[in-house]
Design a protein around this ligand. Structure first.
Ligand code: SAM
Length: 208
């Protein structure tokens, strides 16, 4: 997701007290950052943040960290954060460097509408490729949980194969999330658009 330039994005980022500026202060120390021992759930590629912000509001006993690589997108997310929210942090980062930020402390990863990278030669850039799954192994605390939603069937099929090859078991799978019996779904920005257009949303939960 590349947005048109957000005018005062530097100012928005600089003044945001939930945006982590120094990773060295938090890597391996996220419990200290949140000042509790609650589970830590992260979303990689959070875009404009609707999903993670709504999760943080609904689940105050979970700590949420949203990761996004583009400043302008991040600035939009920051503009939506309610005042005085305690269980939410943002990190500006390309997920290829995720090991700089966490060390055996993440309980769950959300991947919502990640870029599909359709060309075979770019497969390793997909956020469920073996290279990413190996990186995630080093940030997970104990049980590894990956929740994925996508409108892209090829990415979904690729993820199932890659997760299975890397030792994950599929705990849940849904081939049409918004016509299923699942309730209280928190949607992301992309999801809202796709649902309006009647696109099928695929969903899985993988654990190891
Ligand atoms: C298609 S958008 C989906 C945004 C949001 N998750 C949603 O569902 O509305 C993908 C987002 O992931 C971000 N992204 C893609 N690759 C990334 C990476 N390697 N590290 C961090 N963010 C990434 C993009 O900048 C973009 O904002």
């Amino acid at each position: 997701m590349r947005l048109r330039n957000v005018k005062n994005k530097e100012e928005i980022l600089n003044n945001c007290n939930i945006l982590m500026k120094e990773f060295i202060d938090v890597k391996g120390k996220w419990q200290k950052e949140f000042n509790n021992t609650n589970p830590i759930y992260i979303e990689i590629g959070m875009g404009k943040g609707k999903f993670i912000i709504e999760n943080a509001i609904r689940y105050p006993d979970i700590n949420f960290v949203g990761i996004e690589k583009y400043d302008s997108v991040l600035a939009r997310a920051i503009q939506k954060v309610p005042r005085d929210i305690k269980n939410l942090r943002f990190v500006r980062l390309d997920a290829r460097n995720i090991n700089e930020v966490f060390d055996k402390e993440v309980d769950r990863i959300y991947l919502n509408f990640s870029d599909p990278w359709p060309k075979d030669r770019h497969a390793e850039r997909r956020l469920t490729s073996s290279s990413f799954l190996k990186m995630y192994d080093r940030i997970f605390k104990s049980t590894r949980e990956i929740y994925q939603k996508t409108d892209n069937r090829n990415l979904f099929e690729y993820s199932i194969i890659s997760l299975t090859k890397n030792g994950y078991k599929l705990e849940d799978i849904c081939l049409d999330l918004h016509n299923s019996n699942k309730e209280n779904i928190i949607t992301s920005e992309y999801e809202e658009k796709f649902v309006k257009n009647n696109n099928t949303i695929y969903y899985l939960v993988a654990k190891k």
